[in-house]
Each structure stands twice: as C-alpha cells, then as structure tokens.
Design a protein around this ligand. Structure first.
Ligand SMILES: Nc1ncnc2c1ncn2[C@@H]1O[C@H](COP(=O)(O)OP(=O)(O)O)[C@@H](O)[C@H]1O
Ligand SMILES: [Mg+2]
Length: 263
C-alpha cells in the first residue's frame, strides 16, 4: 500500500472518493494491480503515467463503466463498487471521456440538457441549468450548433459542461487538454481550480506536465498498472522513483516545464 496522507481539510471532511487495492485483468493481463487512489473534494488530484499504465481503466472503474476484479471503491466509507454508472452519477461522480461521447446530431445546448434530464431534472430546470453552464464555459455562441464538427477547443469545453450539468461532487477528467493550445490549456487550468474552490473533487489525467504540475494539489503516478508514488507536485518532482519508472520525455518535461508553472 502506498502512503496516502489526508489532504488538509477545506470544509469537506469525509467527502472522499477512494479506491483501495483495485485490481483488473483483461485476458490474464493485469491492467491494474492493487492500485490505491484518493480524490478529496475541494482539491485537484492528478493521475499520470505512460500510455497503457491503466489510467483510463481506473476512471472506468471509479465511474462504474467497468468492474474491478478485486478492491474497494467507497465514498465516505460507503462501498459503491457494485453500483451502476447511473447510480454513481447520482451520487455525484461525473466523468469526461478521452474521445468524444457527445451526441453528434444534437445541438450544443441539447447535449448539456439531455445530460441534466438524465439526472432527473424537469425539462424547464434542465434548460435553465444548461443555459447557465453554457454561459459559464463561454459556449453561448455555440449553443445552437450541432455537436459534430465543432472546433476542438469548443468540443472539449462542451465535454466539461456536460459533466457539470450532472451537478457533480467529483469530476474525473480523462485527458481533457489533449490537443488544446496553450491559451486554452491555461483557461482549463483556471477552470479546474475554480471547480475545486467550489468544493468539487477534480481528478485530472493528462500528459501536459506543466498543466498537471501547475494545477494539482496532489499527484498519483501509475506505472504498468501499479502505484509508483504519490505526493505534492514538489514531492513528485524530486522523487527518484519517477526517473526510473515510466517516462523518458515526460520526466524531462516535469523537470523543465513543471518548474516554471508552480514557481
Ligand atoms: N477493454 C479492454 N480490453 C482489453 N484490454 C484493455 C481494455 N481496456 C484497457 N486494456 C488494457 O489495459 C491496459 C491499460 O489501459 P488504459 O487504462 O487504457 O491505459 P492508459 O489510460 O493509462 O493509457 C492496456 O494494456 C490496455 O491495452
Ligand atoms: Mg487513457
């Protein structure tokens, strides 16, 4: 077990999404092997690791899109590993997908609205929430566009807007900044900090190391389906295990780019 110290409280004591001893094999190959993670509300938690390390598998398991072979998933000590994805959405766990998952023939606002409807809101409330969320993510001008063929940055913002339409307590972001330009990534970093300030527990998976190191309170590193190390950005940056674990390029990026953004 890795040492997971409690993050100092910010008024959401006990509201933690936890994974303990999570193990998942596909055809005998262990994608996750005894993995631990903790996502407190009001914080941005990073999850990094090379392609194939098991990051998306972990998000699928936390959000109910996949089941672990072994391990415990809990909120405030309540076990949820057997609950459906829909039930977990209602408990406040929202996620984005690495690729799309939008309804291409619906408009931008309809994409947000159907998500709110699926969470049990009335039509009127869903429309009003969708309007608010679009404003918050500067998507008003795109409201009536169909969701296919959106500019990449707009599509990514819509993914976040949809997650927010479930009024979540946690949002799990799987590579949300992939393909964003620097300005958009910076904006995204501010969005995540703003979500955390509202009390939402954010999980950020991304390969953009300056973004991860500049926005996370705590970072978990996965390597080949196992916990390698976890700690504050500063602790991770100086941890020798990283250099020998999973990344050539990204480790260099941490040393170079990561230093600037948190200085
Ligand atoms: N549905 C699946 N069927 C078979 N193998 C899978 C499946 N999902 C993930 N894997 C395997 O599990 C490992 C971890 O994958 P993934 O969680 O997607 O990694 P990451 O998101 O860190 O790139 C990889 O070896 C991948 O091929
Ligand atoms: Mg992935």
């Amino acid at each position: 077990m890795v040492d997971i110290r409690p993050v100092p409280g910010v008024g959401h004591e006990g509201a933690r999404l936890l994974g303990r001893g999570i193990t998942r094999s596909y055809k005998g190959v262990k994608a996750l092997n005894d993995v631990n993670i903790e996502i407190p509300r009001g914080r941005v938690t990073g999850l990094i690791g090379a392609n194939g390390a098991g990051k998306s598998t972990l998000v699928n398991i936390l959000s109910g899109y996949d089941r672990p072979d072994d391990g415990v998933i809990s909120i405030d000590s309540e076990e949820i590993a057997r609950e459906s994805a829909q039930r977990r959405t209602r408990r406040g766990i929202a996620r984005t997908f690495q690729h799309g998952h939008l309804f291409p023939r619906l408009t931008v606002i309809e994409n947000v609205e159907v998500t709110a409807l699926a969470c049990g809101l009335s039509r009127a409330k869903a429309r009003s929430l969708a309007t608010d969320v679009l404003t918050e993510f500067q998507l008003e001008e795109w409201a009536l566009h169909e969701a296919d063929h959106l500019p990449h940055g707009v599509e990514r913002r819509l993914g976040v807007a949809r997650a927010l339409a479930t009024r979540p307590r946690w949002v799990l972001f799987d590579e949300p900044a992939a393909g964003l330009n620097e300005g958009e990534a910076q904006h995204f970093r501010e969005t995540m900090r703003a979500l955390a300030a509202r009390g939402i527990g954010v999980l950020l998976i991304d390969h953009n190391m300056p973004l991860v190191f500049g926005s996370c309170d705590h970072i978990f590193v996965l390597g080949a389906g196992r916990n390698v190390v976890d700690g504050t950005p500063d602790e991770i940056r100086h941890d020798e295990r990283l250099a020998t674990s999973y990344l050539g390029n990204a480790a260099r990026q941490i040393a170079e780019g990561g230093a600037d953004v948190t200085a």
